[in-house]
Design a protein around this ligand. Structure first.
Ligand code: ATP
Length: 410
């Protein structure tokens, strides 16, 4: 094994427990995929992807018996999800145990048909050579590397290589995965794979559900180098696959993709949503409406995107407005949209709103008006909003002045 610090101690213990259990069942057991790739790249590993040649359900059941927790079984695919006991403090707190399998695609772009098989077949169903390696865990085999497709060679050369010529036709989401790994590791998509991004595979990509495509963009927006990934997808023609082309990501906004709001803004921002907002901010309303439907955006994301575009258009007309006018406009828009617009425009009023204006209210309340014997009705709203406006615009600076204004209003 490489630098042991790349695998946190709790994960090492978990792997060794699984290895012991698999060995006692006489079941070849492997860790595969991203874990092996990242370990060989000397990067800290994340997901644990466990495969057994045999029966993952038997392994899962035995692990629960020995170490506790619970197991969910999927008998059709012979997979088990081990819900780890509280004594194993890991996130995520579940672990997938998979029976080695072979996958065939009855129809391009459809989900695969699965059959139990060998680890060799299991590695050959994967996306790229660098993710098609396994390390054996059980017994005396612990630490053996299986690399039937020379993933190590491609890792050394910095190459992303699909496993066969139908790879992107079977599953066009692999095109997004290719770009993600290429840009994440600063690798190159091998020419034998880049030619597979062609009219045939793109025509299948076009048929995929909005949810599947959006999921790939979500994964991209979780990455640090998402701007480079978006540029690369654009360069490969992926954005033009749809009836209405996806907008090119505005390079000038790249620096904002990983931005976190300053603590004194008092807002927390979901990075993925922020990135979609930055992406669509300069698009016409029809383009946003089309793609939010096509990519199956949540209604919240769709509405926020549209509100942001409207606000951006309004910006010039608000330029010399008083704080109260700004506040009335900005309060109609989700805070994340105000933040996104502040990032790209640096407009001081947006910052002022986030920091201060949105908290300013009249100190006099409806109850005070009632106590003065003013009959309840729409007039209340009117008076209170005039008081707030006066506070916001600095026409009232203290409670005495507020009181005086109230007296003139009533
Ligand atoms: P990441 O660091 O992006 O999470 P990962 O390799 O762990 O990388 P996962 O999406 O968790 O990626 O997938 C686990 C493994 O499953 C991959 O390493 C790959 O071998 C295989 N895999 C995932 N998606 C596909 C796919 N669409 N086609 C073929 N194999 C896939």
């Amino acid at each position: 094994m490489r630098d042991p610090n790349l695998i946190p101690p709790e994960k090492q213990i978990l792997l060794s427990n699984i290895a012991d259990q698999a060995a006692s069942l006489g079941m070849p057991c492997y860790i595969v995929g991203g874990f092996v790739r990242d370990l060989l790249l000397d990067r800290r590993v994340n997901d644990l992807d466990i495969i057994v040649e045999g029966d993952a359900i038997e392994l899962g059941t035995a692990l629960v018996k020995k170490h506790g927790g619970k197991v969910t079984l999927h008998t059709k695919f012979r997979t088990a999800i081990w819900h780890l006991p509280l004594t194993i403090n890991l996130q995520p707190s579940t672990l997938d145990l998979i029976t080695a399998r072979n996958e065939t695609y009855k129809q391009a772009g459809a989900l695969p048909t699965i059959k139990p098989s060998t680890i060799d077949d299991d590695l050959r169903r994967r996306d790229f050579t660098i993710s098609a390696m396994a390390i054996r865990l059980d017994g005396g085999h612990f630490g053996e590397l299986l690399d039937p497709l020379n993933g190590q060679g491609d890792l050394k050369k910095g190459i992303i290589r699909a496993l066969h010529s139908r790879s992107f036709i079977d599953d066009p989401t692999r095109i997004f995965r290719a770009v993600r790994y290429e840009q994440r590791y600063s690798f190159n998509l091998h020419s034998s794979s880049s030619i597979l991004i062609n009219p045939e595979s793109l025509s299948i990509l076009k048929t995929l559900s909005g949810e599947r495509i959006r999921h790939e963009f979500d994964l991209i927006f979780e990455e640090e180098n998402s701007a480079r990934m978006m540029a690369r997808l654009h360069e490969l023609g992926i954005f033009d696959v749809f009836n209405l082309s996806l907008p090119k990501f505005n390079d000038q906004y790249s620096g904002f993709l990983n931005s976190e709001p300053p603590a004194d803004f008092g807002i927390s921002v979901n990075k993925i949503s922020l990135n979609y907002l930055l992406w669509f901010m300069d698009s016409p309303v029809e383009v946003i409406k089309y793609h939010s439907k096509r990519l199956d955006f949540t209604s919240e994301l769709t509405e926020t995107s549209l509100a942001l575009v409207r606000l951006k258009k309004e910006l010039a007309s608000l330029a010399d407005a008083k704080p109260s006018k700004w506040t009335i406009s900005l309060e109609k828009v989700p805070l994340i949209a105000v933040y996104a617009l502040w990032l790209v425009s640096n407009e001081p009023a947006l910052k002022e709103f986030l920091l201060n204006w949105r908290y300013i209210k009249a100190t006099i309340t409806g109850a005070d008006l009632k106590a003065r014997g003013i009959p309840t009705g729409p007039r209340y709203k009117n008076i209170l909003s005039q008081l707030r406006t006066a506070w916001l615009d600095g026409d009232v600076k203290n409670e005495k002045e507020e009181e005086e204004l109230l007296n003139t209003l009533i």
